[in-house]
Ligand binder design. Structure first.
Ligand SMILES: Cc1ncc(C[n+]2csc(CCOP(=O)(O)OP(=O)(O)O)c2C)c(N)n1
Length: 621
């Protein structure tokens, strides 16, 4: 494998990559040429991600696997279901999207993840992890049902494998009569080091064969396969004990082979071919290095999980909301010894790195297990601790039943710090945080706060944490407006109480959340009454009463309009028989596209100019 230590400044010249427009072109290459192609693909990936930003280390680690799979399978008839999809950039490059890679994640460019609307070579639209085995099993079952002799491969990382749904799917596959193929791409990493029993188990398997021996281990795997086929269709006893003791996967009905070197194209090809000859479910365990071939990424695997566009790497001087949450958490933990912090595998993104360092015994990374993180918090609360669950809005969707049934129904004292609420930008619709208000607002007992800036975030976290019951504080990706988070005017903050910013006439604006800076000047210039509502639930009834003394009420939010803050106000106004006019401004009833946050806000009419125009048009009519 060729190693690189810098991003190429211009598009690298290639001998083989330039000829590849679809996977069929790859089949013309011999092994030596495929190995050269791997170097070219790696170099091109470095170049394209330096222009687009995005996920990085995972794709570099999956280059040889991608080439091996495409050189054997016949896509699009055969299917590869890439789990999460953040490792699928090399797949995109080899499936006709090479010339669009520099536009990835940009408005009107290609998506950051595989998408069935983008390419026939993408078997499944993804972004949230751990769905590949379920989806691939479904596809495989449909093939069997229609008597289609096609191959379906799920490719899943050791991080994604920690989620319950992956095990639910394997348990189902072990019980169905099917020939699903799973490749477990084990690099010992999630975004941070992978956590939990499965990770320890895989590490033991790995340790039992030192990395150097993975090639010879591969040979023994291959030599076992035909023999095993000969003695048993399910290969149950044929290779299990020879390869690894106490095989977890075999015990639930999935034949296991490996571990083998996931950077050896020839070995991968041979093993995959043999697997395809089998009529039963197989899991191939491969060992790869995250960031392989780019020296800085091999050395700093967490940092290079995802990167920004090179020209944007200048750091903003304003702290991010996630860091303000992280500082608040450390601050609070110092005075409250019962505070414990939980993350489902998003320690860095959620700003919890310092908290883990300072309070390792009170920090829980539960792996990619959002459902568990919520019910685990319920248990901690019942046991007398005060859990804070830091979770992205989009990933809380995974823990919704647990949120309702295990926390809110019992009215437990759990605080949810909901990051990436609203528009997330480049990661696009799979990661949008535009539904949380709608899906939380309908649940009894929950308190929901929507800070409008850094200072508000700090204090709303504080009073929601002190509140004895379930409370959620939602805040966006990225930096705020640069206000100091910690001044000491905590007295002004009360659960369910809004802050009046301006007393005006005729028109009253009720702001929910961080779009406040899109509208505060307009409100001031035109002498509108203006409230920063701070809470969606309970909503400030006094502020609403005051609002109803105006001719026009306007709400602003970055949640979908359906069921969001405007809906909440509208329900109240309807009940109180408000006679004036009412306008709610928020996200359209659509999945937001990918692009910069500003572009997506503009698309939704949520930039300053569009908001002003919407208000003007409304007031004219
Ligand atoms: C449900 C869900 N939770 C969290 C994430 C965020 N996330 C993206 S990639 C990743 C790590 C995945 O690790 P692994 O599957 O081992 O792949 P690797 O990056 O190591 O190749 C995480 C936690 C996600 N995409 N989906």
């Amino acid at each position: 494998m060729k190693k690189f230590d810098k991003f190429p400044l211009k598009e690298p010249i290639s001998e083989f990559l330039k000829e590849i427009d679809s996977p069929k072109d790859l089949k013309k290459l011999n092994l030596e040429q495929l190995n050269i192609l791997a170097d070219e693909l790696r170099e091109f990936l470095l170049y394209s991600v330096s222009l687009s930003g995005g996920h990085f280390g995972a794709g570099l680690g999956a280059i040889e696997l991608t080439i091996a799979l495409h050189s054997i399978l016949n896509l699009p008839e055969d299917k590869i279901v890439w789990d999460t999809g953040h490792q699928a950039y090399p797949h995109k490059i080899l499936t006709g999207r090479k010339d669009k890679m520099h536009l990835m994640r940009k408005l009107d460019g290609i998506a950051a993840f595989p998408s069935i609307t983008e390419s026939v070579y993408d078997a499944m639209s993804v972004g949230h992890s751990s769905t590949s085995i379920s989806a691939a099993l479904g596809m495989n079952e449909a093939n069997l049902n229609k008597n289609n002799k096609k191959n379906v491969f799920a490719v899943i990382g050791d991080g994604a494998m920690t989620a319950g749904i992956a095990f639910e799917a394997m348990m189902h596959a072990g019980h169905l009569d099917n020939n699903l193929k799973i490749i477990l791409n084990d690099n010992d990493m999630s975004i941070s080091r992978n956590k939990g029993g499965l990770s320890d188990y895989l590490a033991k398997v790995w340790a039992s064969k030192s990395y150097k021996k993975l090639k010879s281990s591969g040979k023994s795997v291959l030599s076992k396969l035909p023999y095993a086929l000969h003695i048993s269709r399910n290969l149950k006893d044929g290779i299990k004990s020879a390869i690894m003791p106490g095989n977890l996967f075999e015990d639930i009905g999935i034949n296991y082979i490996g571990p083998i070197d996931g950077h050896d194209i020839e070995l991968l090809q041979k093993t995959i071919k043999r697997m395809m000859e089998k009529g039963s479910p197989y899991l191939l365990h491969i060992i790869t290095k995250k960031g392989a071939g780019f020296i800085p990424a091999e050395e700093e695997r967490i940092k290079y999980h995802a990167i920004s566009k090179i020209e944007l790497q200048k750091k903003s001087s304003k702290p991010k909301f996630q860091d303000i949450f992280g500082d608040w958490l450390c601050d609070k933990a110092e005075t409250d010894k019962t505070l414990v912090g939980i993350t489902p595998a998003m320690k860095e993104g959620s700003g919890m790195v310092n908290f883990e360092k300072e309070y390792p015994e009170r920090f829980y990374d539960v792996a990619i297990a959002e459902q568990h993180s919520v019910t685990f918090a319920a248990g901690l609360s019942l046991g007398g601790l005060k859990p804070v669950v830091a979770i992205y809005s989009t990933f809380l969707q995974r823990g919704y039943d647990q949120f309702i049934h295990d926390v809110c129904l019992e009215n437990l004292d759990v605080t949810f710090a909901i990051d990436r609420a609203g528009i997330v930008g480049e990661d696009g619709p799979t990661h949008t945080g535009s539904f949380d208000i709608s899906f939380m607002r309908c649940i009894p007992n929950i308190v929901i706060a929507c800070p409008s800036n850094e200072h508000e975030l700090w204090h709303l976290l504080d009073i929601c944490y002190e509140y004895k019951g379930p409370a959620a504080i939602r805040y966006p990706r990225g930096s705020g407006i640069g206000v100091e988070p910690r001044p000491k005017d905590i007295e002004g903050f009360q659960i369910g109480k809004a802050k009046k910013i301006n007393d005006g006439q005729s028109v009253c604006i009720l702001n929910f959340g961080v779009l406040i800076d899109q509208i505060d000047r307009i409100a001031e210039k035109r002498n509108y009454t203006f409230y920063d509502m701070r809470f969606i639930k309970p909503i400030d009834e006094d502020a609403l009463k005051h609002a109803m003394q105006h001719e026009v009420i306007i709400t602003l939010e970055d949640n979908t309009l359906l069921g969001g803050c405007g809906s909440a106000v509208g329900e109240k106004l309807h009940k109180q028989k408000f006679k004036g006019d009412f306008l709610s401004i928020g996200l359209k009833d659509e999945f937001p596209a990918h692009g910069s946050r500003d572009e997506i806000l503009r698309q939704n009419g949520l930039d300053k100019e569009s908001i002003q125009k919407t208000i003007d048009d409304f007031l004219k009519n």
